[in-house]
Ligand binder design. Sequence first.
Ligand code: TYD
Length: 236
Amino acid sequence: MTKVKQKAIAKAKLMPKARFITFEGGEGVGKSTQAKRLVNSLKNKAIMAVRTREPGGTPKAEAIRSFILQGKSESWGAGAEAILFASARLDHVNELIAPNLKKGTWVISDRFLDSTRAYQGLTGGVNDTLISALEELALNDNNPDLTILLDMDPKKAFQRMRTRDADKSLAGEVDRFEKENLDWHIKLRENFIKIANNNTKRFVIISADKSEEDLAKAIWQAVVSKFPELKEEKKT
Ligand code: TYD
């Protein structure tokens, strides 16, 4: 074996195993910002990481995303939408998530399977048998290693979203799930907590009702406590 090859193998052995981390929660809790920050924190530790989102992440899944979020599938009902989300997920897993993990890149996803269970399943009324079957189909054993549930009172989250939208002139981008009423979002929050409590090994619940900076710190602490090997990594 050449020295270069030996060095590469030794380096690979030192790198922590690539992990799959997902963010979940209701609307306006700061998932996208925090997913971005987590990827940066990992990169600061010289760890390869990609950020992705659901629905979406690959061209096919992004096409399904715009179809659903523009409201085109609304009249088909929550069951059909669950199937659409799962179809997008299948492509996302096969084309982006699994290949990245395989080559040693950490994957950080803004939403994943628990959103289907929370939105279409527990809140939308689609039965558990269908949701579980769709999970099995789309995941193909690529379960997240850690899921961070950002929990927040929906009233406060909406307030935050209004400020964000006013700042960035995104008012026209309110999607169909954001249009549901407050009671629906309160129910959604309870359902996410129910899912987390049923999967305590995988989930950590973090209150998102804090500054962006403090939330990023709390998330990083949770990630390091789940994957202590990160403590060993040197800062670049
Ligand atoms: P997005 O603009 O990404 O919202 P957010 O910033 O809150 O994540 O839109 C995604 C929407 O799709 C969001 O309302 C949640 C919904 N959704 C489902 O209903 N089921 C799913 O399986 C997924 C992945 C998302």
